[in-house]
Design a protein around this ligand. Sequence first.
Ligand SMILES: CC(C)(COP(=O)(O)OP(=O)(O)OC[C@H]1O[C@@H](n2cnc3c(N)ncnc32)[C@H](O)[C@@H]1OP(=O)(O)O)[C@@H](O)C(=O)NCCC(=O)NCCS
Length: 325
Amino acid sequence: MAPIGHWVFNTRMNTEATLASHAGRLNSADPLLPSADPFAGHGGEATAFDARDGDSSAAGLAIRTEVAANSRDSLWRALVEHRLTVRLSGPAPAKSLARILTRWEDHLAEVAPRGDWDTAAVVPRPSRDPAGSAELLRHGFAPVRVLAVRPADRLTAPGPAAEPGVRIRPAEEGDLATAVELYTELQRYDAQFGLVTLRENANQLLTEDLAGQLGRTEPTVWIAELYGRPLGLLRLQFPPETGWIAPYVSADRVGYLSSLHVAEAARSSGVGTALAAHAHQLFDEVGVDAVLLHHALANPTSTPFWCGQGYRPLWTYWYRRPAVR
Ligand SMILES: CC(C)(COP(=O)(O)OP(=O)(O)OC[C@H]1O[C@@H](n2cnc3c(N)ncnc32)[C@H](O)[C@@H]1OP(=O)(O)O)[C@@H](O)C(=O)NCCC(=O)NCCS
């Protein structure tokens, strides 16, 4: 048996070799992935895992993040998230990943309460590096959410023509109640897919959030009206406010499409396409190179819609909720 010091040294060497090989792997998998790890440096204390199987290996870093029940973030996630970022190397890294997942599970069993819906375990993976997907499924994870990207020069087929009578205008301070209502509908719809969490104080949190956005000189919230009736909501972020999400993509200037919602009765009549075209025009005007957005993969309206609008998965987030069953 190797002495402990030797084992630690070997583990570090293995991890470093895995990291170097992982960077090359991502480079060839997807040119829109960043060269620096966007997950590095987030959260508090990390636990490291390492496994090797022949000429393939995996390294993982587990962290825990928590948001307060009265925070805006609490609307879009579980209060406690355990995240494992993995780096894979070699032609067949799935077995090594499986070992890391087993060890992470032992760790989670010690630190996370069993059956608590406000905990989630999440493994973010580059969408175009599908190695280990079956192992994730075997360990109870499902691909729930993606961060999708649309490069500015993307060519797309034209979507449905908007109904005549649709007008897009910036949301003003007097639109607060309407904007909150549309945003609440979006939240309720999205909650079906398991990540968005309906909270008792949602109305107050959404109101505070939107109130801070209305009436800005550079509008970030837009309303679509049909013959004067508001039925669509679009929310955007421009650089430099997108600094929090920009590291996830290899692009200089990044736009973020925070949300798009069309009232149920008005769907499939081109309103969403008109709002998306408006967003892309605004992003083009400020010289954005790529637009990012999050959506739930199981959402039957957003997944085909965003694909039609030129977005494709960049990062796929595999979730298990609760973190420990
Ligand atoms: C997603 C959503 C905003 C789309 O709005 P919409 O007004 O229905 O969109 P449109 O009418 O412009 O386009 C919808 C249809 O055109 C299709 N489409 C859109 N762009 C297309 C394109 N470029 N090429 C081909 N088809 C296209 C869509 O797949 C959809 O087809 P369907 O009617 O057969 O379902 C709307 O369904 C919605 O609010 N959903 C619930 C909330 C939600 O999930 N929001 C997104 C959160 S990320």
